[in-house]
Design a protein around this ligand. Sequence first.
Ligand code: MRU
Length: 344
Amino acid sequence: MRTRTIWWDSENRAIGMIDQTLLPERLEAIEIETVEGLCEAILALRVRGAPALGAAGAYGVALAAARSAATDPAALLQEVQRAAEIIRAARPTAVNLSWGVDRVLRALDKIRESATSDADEIRAAALAEAESIAEEDLAINRALGNIGASLLEDGDVVLTHCNAGRLACVGWGTALGVIRSAVAEGKQISVYSCETRPLFQGSRLTAWELSEDNIPVTLICDNMAGMAMRQGKIDKVIVGADRITKDAVFNKIGTYSIAVLAKAHGIPFYVAAPISTFDLERSEKDVEIEERDADEIRRLGNKQLAPAEVKVYNPAFDVTPLDLVTAIITERGIFRPPEMPELG
Ligand code: MRU
């Protein structure tokens, strides 16, 4: 099995990625050759999860540079800048997407300052930065996992929501990375995975990933989390994050309800996220929550689940205030809000 969810195919000058919409039925890779193709893949959730989106954004800028016919460095940089804006706008809530795009643009700024740079040097610099981001993501998740594993005890049952596993990152995972690291230390950990309506990242991706790794997993519908907690089946909750502002954690819709339930049952609620997910300049009110197509709720494949015209509210993410968060696990250590990492 591939160790990476997203990669650069240098022979075809294309982005390779696992098409997550095909799982768990088929594990297949696709090649992305254009910025438009990348935006389609991001919107359709072929690639998804905050850290994976960071790498996708970075590779997207490298792709725009690699595929441009421009020979003049200034013209190439202009084209790359336009592509960066388009990629950045594909999904608004996960901060890692724009973070990945911006990191590559900043690397190009340094080249721009040197009068001798040519177009190929710019292409090479964009790709090198994107590759660094992808490599770093693997190392960061391993570090974060090892740090977070100290919070898990042998025999723990952990509830998670959505997919914050290797598919949501370049590899290893954040929330599932913590679980994987604890298992690698020899602890027996089992997982309750919420299916995560409406797009089923929990059942399609998390249950699949954990099963592949032989980590015991029990699938529940989202509305069963409270009952499982009440019956004493859950020791800890660990979820990922799409953005952490100075006052809240943005994550997959349903996370907030689980955090409230965890508090009511005295269960620790942990968030596992790399430093690139922090956006401490902003607060809850500054962040746009992506609203998705009504048919994600009204239909399931070809099956109509609700009246075709019924009104729907379909936010992709929700907001968990920090007072519900026991600790945030990062590659730089464990922070217990209101304590937060120093950025910069
Ligand atoms: O809409 P998605 O599937 O991209 O949402 C993903 C999540 O909410 C994940 O929990 C989050 O990105 C953390 S991934 C390590």
